[in-house]
Design a protein around this ligand. Sequence first.
Ligand code: PLP
Length: 404
Amino acid sequence: MAFNPADQIQDLQYFGEFGGVNPSISDSSTYTFLAAKSMIDTFEGNLAGCYLYSRHMSPSTLYLSQALAAMEGTETANVSSSGMGSISTALLQVCNQGDHIVSSRTIYGGTYALLKNFMPKFGIETSFVDITNLDKIEAEIKEDTKVLYCESISNPLLEIADIRSLAELAKKYDLTLMVDNTFSPLQISPAQLGADLVIHSLTKFINGTSDTVGGVICGSNDFIDSMRSVNDGAAMLLGPVMDSLRAASILKNLRTLHIRMKKHSENAMYLAKRFQEDGYKVIYPGLENHPQHELYKTMSNPEYGFGGMLTLDAGSLEKADDLMELMQKRNLGYLAVSLGFYKTLFNAPGTATSSEIPADEQAEMGLTDGLIRFSIGLDNNIERTYEEMKRCLVELDVIQKVRV
Ligand code: PLP
């Protein structure tokens, strides 16, 4: 039977030690050993299945990690306190001083800043490439290249990475393919397409209630064990640990992810189609004019649709600002960064979530000032939402500016 990430989550069974239908939440930072020898063995990595200290793992973080590994179909996973905590520790685990990374140029601004401004402190340099151009990617691979990095659906331009082809390249040159799947949980399963490591900012769709930050890296037992090593593991030694209480609450939200993703996708598709019919410049992977629409269909788990993210170009930053303020006033959503909430969230990424990317590079990649990134919410009546959004667009005369 075909791999289905939501079924993988559903098929897990665990309950609390007192028979509770949810696992008990571990309320301890440290754990006792009945025999002193077991503690030594645990430190030396020779005793699996024992809890040592909650920076390493706790029963609650392990439950969530296992559920996310099941969702991505990897051997295991390691949750952390933020998406950036997972991205930075995974990169530092794979790369040594002098190593090189080839990364998509359209990625979350924080990841871009980490690669461009922070990693060079450790002698780790990155070449940024157009992730849709495989020849250019291959041309950038050097002898010391260790990692190929991309987002399945890129933030904010919604470009789709050809994960199967990237995995072939990674194999050919012995690279680690790391894929940030934050924008497409369930829709795309990168590890099933050949990615070595799959990352999520749990802060977004997976948790879905905008009440916490969190991250995960899904991969092989060997890799995750190496990240947790007490001697040289980046997760253990840099310490971006997720609290047990948060892990338990994210696990509970994860169980409704499939229902939420279907609704996010349905609503985003509806708005994208209507805005496109009206002549607005909208980017959405579900539209046939999206350059990687067909590619997406060859990679996705179809029942979860094309995702909840779309962009609309208002023509200028001023128009974008006016439109976002008006939409917030009309209670159509919030002018806020982040994504995956029940309410629609919007921002102009050129001056917000992608502001770390210099203006000339934004221009080169096609990130315009007037571009608004929408995370479409779970609105019950999306037609009503569309009508009101349309009124805002017409009132501000956006249509005359950016007809396609
Ligand atoms: N990856 C993507 C695609 C993101 O959009 C973000 C945050 O916006 C991150 C990673 C970072 O995640 P966090 O904010 O949980 O550290």
